[in-house]
Design a protein around this ligand. Structure first.
Ligand SMILES: [Zn+2]
Length: 435
């Protein structure tokens, strides 16, 4: 079903509530509804309508959004100046003048980088979330050497797409980023704490870089590429070498005061459990990450050699009973741990992403059963997989760059002003018409 753009718009802006009574406003951070703010919000709405209804005419945009035709024309002109939108075919309808259809600009692409321990995936992704190419790179443990190798690979990818305009690099990492310094705050499985990935990549690529936690990137991908329409409360659990979590609360991504909200993977669930990379014992991720399935298999079948989770999942799919049992051990622990999430946040939907989802017909029912058992009251949240487990972090990387330009991001992060995509057009962008 085609998602309705208006619902997405509600996801990224404040909910509209009837103003009867008094609303408490924090005067220390209140932002007046200036004409510039109204213009920015309208611009984001129009761009969303174009992304989801393309090809679409200016007349249709006016009808869909309720904005005046003159306002639509001014916004579309700006979006074309900035490089987001292009004109397509001229269509003659039954009545009236012919209309020029509008589309998002496919020539505009982002580099997406998904960094994992020991390897990374680099990709070229367009505005609609389509992959033009992607490659896996084995990386060194030392961050400088790893980034140097990735820069070389990304430069190569860029040179393969000379006809495209590169908007920047969107990076997902298995760790938390300090919202102020942009350095890695915590990355137990990667071990690059304190390293400034963003600065190193910006220097190496000469492009703007946006970076966030891998789970946040996946949830953003769901939000931007339209699979969460109408849902305002959701939690995504990224299952890999560790467990990452991302939170959508009341329609907004929630990262808390210091960027560390949602570290459910590091809540201890077994005080006698294994040591965790974070220094505590028995965290949820020590009993429910992909490493647990591999360890369980090695215990059950000590003489076999299975090096990675993908192989183990394939074996389970091919009917290997021991592999299936090991995967099920992980699924039970995952499902039980979801109680942490339902009790804390009461989401409408829980999304699972990671290699494990390749075996969803085996693990899905197990997780669902444990989730249901763990409910305090009421029906459990919907349980689904998030996009393509393998590619979700990459399209999330692209979404990180897209959101930098949205009103939502500017109002909640506020650290970087919107930049025109093409150099030398700043003057024209400033000359935005009144709304
Ligand atoms: Zn831990």
């Amino acid at each position: 079903m085609k998602p309705h753009p208006a619902q997405r718009v509600r996801n990224v802006s404040s909910p509209v509530t009837p103003h009867h009574g008094v609303r408490r406003i924090d005067l220390s951070s209140a932002q007046l509804a200036s004409s510039e703010l109204a213009r920015d919000i309208n611009r984001d709405i129009v761009l969303e309508f174009i992304r989801f209804r393309q090809p679409v005419s200016r007349v249709d945009l006016s009808r869909l959004s309720g904005l005046q035709p003159s306002t639509i024309s001014a916004i579309v002109e700006d979006l074309m100046e900035e490089g987001w939108v292009r004109e397509g075919a001229v269509v003659r309808g039954g009545r009236g003048r012919p209309s020029t259809m509008l589309l998002v600009n496919d020539d505009l692409v982002t580099l997406a980088l998904d960094i994992r321990p020991g390897q990374a995936i680099v990709a070229v992704v367009d505005l609609s979330g389509h992959f033009l190419s992607h490659e896996t790179v084995v990386t060194e443990a030392e961050p400088r050497a790893a980034i140097a190798k990735l820069v070389k690979k990304m430069r190569m990818l860029r040179s393969k797409h000379k006809d495209k305009t590169f908007e920047g690099v969107g990076v997902s990492v298995p760790g938390r980023i300090d919202p102020v310094t942009h350095r890695l705050l915590m990355a137990p499985n990667l071990g690059w704490e304190g390293f400034d990935i963003r600065a190193a990549l910006e220097k190496g690529m000469g492009l703007q870089v946006e970076i966030d936690n891998d789970a946040n990137a996946c949830l953003l991908s769901e939000l931007w590429f339209g699979r969460l329409d109408g849902i305002r409360n959701a939690v995504l659990v990224a299952v890999s070498e560790g467990l990452g979590t991302a939170i959508l609360a009341g329609g907004q991504m929630h990262s808390g005061y210091n960027g560390l909200a949602g570290e459910f993977g590091h809540i201890p669930v077994d005080p006698k459990g294994p040591m965790c990379g974070c220094g505590q014992r028995g965290c949820w991720e020590t009993v429910a990450s992909s490493r647990v399935a591999l360890d369980a298999y090695r215990k059950l079948s000590p003489r076999s050699h299975v090096g990675d989770i993908r192989t183990l999942l394939r074996m389970a799919q091919d009917g290997d009973a021991v592999a299936a049992k090991a995967i099920r051990t992980q699924a039970v622990a995952l499902g039980r741990g979801l109680r942490l999430i339902t009790a804390a946040l009461s989401p409408e939907r829980i999304l699972i992403t990671g290699e494990l989802t390749a075996c969803w017909e085996l693990v899905g029912p197990v997780i669902q059963q444990e989730l249901q058992r763990g409910m305090l009251a009421g029906p459990p949240p919907q349980l689904t997989t998030a996009g393509d487990g393998y590619l979700a972090r990459l399209s999330g990387g692209a979404a990180l760059l897209l959101q930098r330009h949205s009103h939502y991001h500017r109002s909640t992060h506020g650290t970087r002003a919107r930049k025109p995509i093409r150099k030398g057009r700043a003057q024209k962008v400033e000359r935005t018409s009144k709304v």
